[in-house]
Design a protein around this ligand. Structure first.
Ligand code: NAD
Ligand code: WQD
Length: 340
């Protein structure tokens, strides 16, 4: 299969590119490099030995993307990773988030129609489940979504899911797959590709890695008074290599129509457990202090991944210990990310 990855130079896109190429597929990338670097494409090529054509363009630039797709025809499928993903920023700049996230998804569907591409896999997020009650955990694909979503980022994901649902309903030959990722962590074992956040990171694992490398003084634990075993928030941290394999399985097994899958491990892990795992993996003490709860955070979010197991023959197999060790390997080899 020849697959176009929008946002393919980003964290999840780069790991998926490697997984697809390792499985014998060909990859093309469209990325505006607003949150990544062309160096990521060179690293994908180094790991795989493949040549990866990459277009530096906004995914909303339909003419440029269509010309690129035609130049590399036939393209069999698109995985649409491109978009803005910072929750806090989306509250400050909602219109920009709607413009970029919705605009790029619509543009890609239009390019697909023009070029006759019949399969799309979309990067959605467990954030569409909002703030689930204990009775909804672990979350299945039919758990409630879209009720009182707390931020525009989450709303863009939910809206794009609806767009794909409607596009598939109107065009029975289309295969549209929504993947709801839980919390991606880890890095490729080579240490050549990994997460390279712009500015000071917000997410827990990149913060831990920045503390361990000495770039941040310590980690704040956002609340230890949640109704959980150790009082800290519970999440489903999924290794990015497992996530990448989920994309491969989705492409290879996509059926006509619209389908949604949770990609998670099903195992809740607390903030304190993740900090301890990262301390052990890095050998650094990682000072941690309890701080107030972060606005918008939920108590617990973890998957029931059995639909993906059943229908995609996919299971997350990697542990948080492995994710911490491989994230740390990437961080140590690339203390300044791709800029180093
Ligand atoms: P990332 O920021 O590393 O990757 C996104 C890539 O898209 C970057 O390379 C960026 O340069 C590119 N991009 C952004 N806007 C673009 C545009 N208009 N045109 C072309 N390229 C553009 O993020 P990631 O963690 O790899 O996330 C990939 C996708 O998965 C995103 O859609 C994100 O919302 C979603 N997702 C991420 C997480 C997470 O925690 N990392 C969780 C759930 C869902
Ligand atoms: C995990 C846990 C924090 C940082 C976000 C987005 C979500 C998805 C993934 C894209 C929580 C705690 C964190 C810190 C802490 N992204 N924490 N100190 O909030 O589950 O999900 O990223 O779709 O949409 O909302 O991830 O890594 O920020 O937080 O105590 O410095 O770690 O309170 O319990 P989150 P996270």
């Amino acid at each position: 299969m020849r697959v176009l990855l929008t946002g393919g130079a980003g964290y999840i896109g780069a790991h998926t590119a490697v997984a697809l190429i390792d499985a014998g597929h060909e990859v093309l990338i469209v990325d505006d490099f607003s949150a990544s670097s062309a160096e990521a494409v060179r690293r994908i090529e180094r790991i795989t030995g493949a040549t990866v054509p990459a277009l530096a363009a906004d995914a909303r630039d339909e003419a440029a993307v269509l010309a690129f797709v035609r130049e590399h025809a036939p393209v069999d499928a698109v995985i649409h990773f491109a978009g803005l993903k910072a929750v806090g920023e989306s509250m400050a700049q909602p219109v920009r988030y709607y413009e970029v996230n919705i605009g790029s998804a619509v543009a890609i569907l239009r390019v697909m129609a023009e070029a006759g591409i019949r399969t799309i896999v979309f990067s959605s997020s467990a954030t569409v489940y909002g703030d689930p009650g204990p009775e909804d955990l672990p979350l299945t694909e039919t758990s409630p979504t879209g009720i009182d979503l707390a931020n525009p980022y989450a709303k863009t994901k939910r809206m794009i899911e609806e767009i794909l649902h409607d596009a598939a309903a109107a065009d029975p030959g289309l295969r549209a797959v929504t993947l709801r990722y839980f919390n991606p962590v880890g890095a490729h074992p080579s240490g050549l590709i990994g997460e390279d956040p712009v500015g000071i990171p917000n997410n827990l694992m990149p913060v831990l890695a920045r503390v361990a490398i000495g770039a941040l003084p310590g980690v704040s634990i956002y609340g230890d008074d949640y109704d959980t075993p150790d009082g800290t928030g519970l999440r489903d941290y999924i290794h990015v290599t497992d996530l990448a394999a989920g994309h491969l399985a989705s492409l290879e097994r996509a059926r006509e129509g619209y389908a949604v899958f949770n990609l998670g491990t099903g195992k809740p892990v607390s903030v304190i457990q993740l900090i301890e795992a990262f301390r052990a993996a890095s050998g650094h003490p990682i000072p941690a202090t309890v701080a107030p709860r972060r606005a918008g955070d939920v108590t617990a979010l973890y998957a029931n991944p059995s639909k993906a197991e059943r229908e995609l023959d996919w299971t997350a197999t990697r542990t948080i210990e492995q994710a911490c060790a491989e994230y740390w390997h990437w961080q140590e080899r690339n203390p300044d990310g791709y800029r180093g």
